[in-house]
Ligand binder design. Structure first.
Ligand SMILES: Cc1cn([C@H]2C[C@H](O)[C@@H](COP(=O)(O)OP(=O)(O)OP(=O)(O)O)O2)c(=O)[nH]c1=O
Length: 197
């Protein structure tokens, strides 16, 4: 599969940039000013899939609006949102080490789901896909959590871990998309980009 159209990646996530490089997708990373504050709250009754879909669409549309204020060429925009769900709760990115410790204690010895929505915007036209992955984490000791937090790896990552990093040692099993857990599901992204050809 070859991708010929150049796109913008509207994401500050280095993982998403790396995954697009792996896919051979020519892209420019856009540094769209993000709204200040914490992760978007979930709406009442909103499913995990609907939540990531909505937040990824917001990122894409914010980028489209921003491009139109800059002297930038018009190109399709790719945006994504990744969130960890456990029980009925969202685990977003930790605000500090204490927050990370709490999230890792919560994930220890259980299975959670990681949802990633990927959105392709051509102007106001949006196309999207959602990947869902179950992740089983082994039981973590306090010492393991401490040592992991000391690496700094939890920061900037939903659920306070990176499956692509040292936390791989904690993951017993996954059912779904490894790249989706990392932040950009390769299969679903390829399906969206193929429609540009
Ligand atoms: C669960 C998990 C998440 N993550 C990362 C992917 C995403 O970068 C991050 C989830 O945060 P997001 O809000 O999806 O993305 P972001 O803030 O990093 O970037 P942007 O909004 O600008 O696109 O967590 C991993 O790198 N590995 C993992 O195993």
């Amino acid at each position: 599969m070859q991708f010929h159209t150049k796109i913008y990646l509207a994401s500050a996530s280095p993982r998403r940039h790396e995954i697009l490089l792996q896919m051979g997708v020519a892209h420019t990373v856009l540094d769209v000013p993000a709204p200040p504050g914490e992760d978007e709250p979930r709406l009442a009754g909103e499913s995990p899939a609907d939540y990531v879909r909505r937040t990824a669409k917001e990122k894409a549309l914010r980028a489209v609006a921003w491009i139109s204020t800059q002297a930038l060429p018009q190109q399709p925009v790719l945006a994504a949102d990744t969130t960890v769900f456990i029980g009925n709760d969202i685990l977003g990115k930790p605000v500090d080490d204490d927050d990370a410790r709490q999230m890792l204690r919560r994930l220890s010895g259980t299975t959670h789901s990681v949802h990633t929505a990927v959105v392709l915007a051509c102007g106001q036209h949006l196309d999207e896909k959602v990947s869902m992955t179950d992740v089983r984490m082994k039981r973590l000791s306090d010492a393991e959590i401490e040592a992991y937090c000391a690496t700094g790896e939890p920061m900037g990552k939903a659920g306070s871990y990176g499956i692509q990093g040292r936390a791989a040692l904690f993951i017993e099993h996954i059912a779904g998309s490894y790249s989706g857990v990392m932040g950009l599901p390769i299969f679903e992204t390829g399906q969206l980009l193929q429609r540009l050809a």
